[in-house]
Design a protein around this ligand. Structure first.
Ligand code: MN
Length: 229
């Protein structure tokens, strides 16, 4: 498939059972939303308000597949995440209203240049180089759903070995709560994806590795790491 300028300007994700694509406008990501991962990052997993970073929409890799090892890092990490897509406008909404704004869900990978993220974090600088880079957001097709996913197994295996495993119900902030909180700061709506955080067990990958992420009811997302482009 040839990438056109249109594809770059209008990133989109397949929708299970529909021919129309879901157009992506923005990608929000929740930091440390599972206690185990907060601890492994050296943080206190107390219920402080959620925080966010973003990725450019063209970081998406719809359907997964091969992605090149990114430049400038020697510590590329996997983070398996439940992704929620929004269907309708919400602003300063309650959790109940947020739940009704859900379009559907997908399996996502928040690929992270951990060395660059930590270098920025330690100096109090933004995380862009660590988080917001090309091919850093593989995503499965979206499965439409009238209500948010609140529980179910989430896992990631690398080369056939389970590295990350948890349950969606371990999220510190649930999807309705995240939508409500984020909507205090943004006019959210169609085209907005939220990567909702990763369970513990993050770790490095290298060229040749094959990653398979799974979430109950959403199937699989497969990604292979190729040599640096
Ligand atoms: Mn993440």
């Amino acid at each position: 498939m040839t990438t056109t300028l249109f594809d770059l300007v209008h990133p989109a994700v397949k929708v299970v059972g529909e021919s129309a694509l879901y157009p992506v406008r923005r990608i929000f990501c929740v930091g440390r939303n599972y206690a185990g991962h907060a601890r492994e990052m050296g943080s206190d997993p107390s219920r402080e308000p959620p925080f966010y970073f973003t990725k450019p929409a063209d970081a998406l890799v719809p359907g997964g597949g091969p992605i090149p090892y990114p430049p400038g890092t020697s510590n590329l990490h996997h983070e398996i995440e439940l992704v929620v897509a929004l269907a309708r406008p919400v602003f300063r909404c309650s959790a109940e209203e947020g739940a009704k704004a859900v379009f559907g869900h997908a399996i996502g990978l928040d690929m992270t240049r951990r060395d660059l993220q930590f270098a920025a974090r330690d100096k109090g600088r933004p995380w862009c180089l660590g988080k917001a880079f090309e091919f850093s957001a593989p995503i499965s097709p979206l499965l439409p759903s009238a209500s948010p996913i609140l529980s179910g197994r989430i896992s990631l295996e690398v080369n056939g070995e389970i590295r990350q495993s948890g349950d969606i119900n371990e999220m510190i902030w649930s999807i309705p709560e995240v939508i409500s909180h984020l909507s205090q700061y943004y006019h959210l709506g169609l085209g907005d994806l939220i990567y909702t955080g990763t369970p513990e067990g993050v770790g490095p990958v290298v060229p040749g590795d094959r990653l398979v992420g799974r979430i109950d009811g959403l199937g699989e997302l497969s990604v292979s790491i190729t040599e640096e482009a």
